[in-house]
Ligand binder design. Sequence first.
Ligand code: NAP
Ligand code: F7E
Length: 370
Amino acid sequence: MNIISNIENRTTEPEHMTGKVAVVTGVTGQDGSYLSQFLLELGYSVYGVVRRTSQPQSGRALISHLLDSPNFNIVSGDLSDQGSLENIVRTTKPDEFYNLGAQSFVPESWISPIHTADVTGLGTLRCLEAIRIHAPECRFYQAGSSEQFGKVLEVPQNEETPFYPRSPYGCAKVFAFEITRNYRESHSLYACTGILFNHESPRRGIEFVTRKVSLSAARIKHRVQKTLEIGNVEAKRDWGFAGDYVQMMWKMLQNEKPDDYVISTGETHTVRDMIDVAFERIGMPLTWNGEGVGKYAVDEEGVKRVVTNERFFRPAEVDVLIGDPKKAIEDMGWKPVVGFEELIQMMVDSDDELVDNAIKKGEEVPIPMF
Ligand code: NAP
Ligand code: F7E
């Protein structure tokens, strides 16, 4: 691994010998970590864009396993800063650019809508401008989202379904989608968007519902938590495995022509179904009672293990998402490997180990708070 904090002062040319060069924004997140690992295995040189934080170590755990690779490089940059992105593209001259960086937590987008629009929306335009000016042959992937469909106008959702975003995050992603298409059509850039439905893994941030549930189930099993507080358990999502989904990001950039694709499993489940799978996995089957914000679930001894709390409901909900991945299946042979139950069980097992290790070492056990 090379840390290139001032790429202006680098004396050697970018490493092209081993294969292609890729820039990945959002490298410290769930998808960035899986994608970079995948690209390194393919022989790419990867430049992961990392922004400056006051605690440089925190949040970097997901790329610690990549740091030994000589083809993995960290470059400083921020999606809110045009100059930093231009500098990276001008000096690395990438073959491919994956824009995975974003303010990606939907509830936060009502709290910080301007920041979300800036990073998640305008950030995409800044990447496109950097590529248009400094490396127009570079292929560009934009991390689109099923949140673009929001209050869905069609079931299931495909590439032709009109957008109806329900949050500032969804609105920012619609802008990012449209500007990516516009740069493809106006400037002939190879630029495309993957409209990815929810994808999860043990590397998922602990504020997202699947990880909040898997971590809480593990904490309850180890008796460091009694009850899980949750929001709308009737919301439905099309959940897949992040490790499968990142491969489709790469495939989209290997096509003859740039195009946009829905990537999803084609199955949908409620948050309640997902909680049931997680608690079954820790040997604590649940029974549900009540309605709306009064809904709760008890274990076999009648102890309340899940309660709903209004705090976790959203100002505008996306009630049901289910994607139609037909185009990706036909054009790119898309086939998700990990199914819904296996995914949730994998996450619970991973958190079980995490909590167990933390307790044994006397370390702090992570607490899901959002
Ligand atoms: P994530 O775990 O939340 O990671 C987000 C990444 O963006 C982190 O590396 C974060 O860096 C980085 N970032 C945030 N603000 C930035 C800024 N101003 N400049 C540069 N980088 C910044 O997200 P994910 O789940 O991997 O998702 C990857 C992408 O796919 C995101 O664009 C997300 O919106 C989109 N998406 C995700 C899903 C899903 O289900 N996971 C579905 C559809 C679309 P720090 O570590 O410094 O915070
Ligand atoms: O919520 C409900 C919540 O936060 C899923 C991001 O990666 O996927 C993600 O966005 C559902 C919602 O993901 C809680 O109301 C109930 O209906 O895990 P989430 P998200 O909002 O779908 C899309 C595709 C992205 O693009 C985003 O970047 O679960 N829910 N109770 C809850 N959600 C949370 N977080 N916490 C709860 O307590």
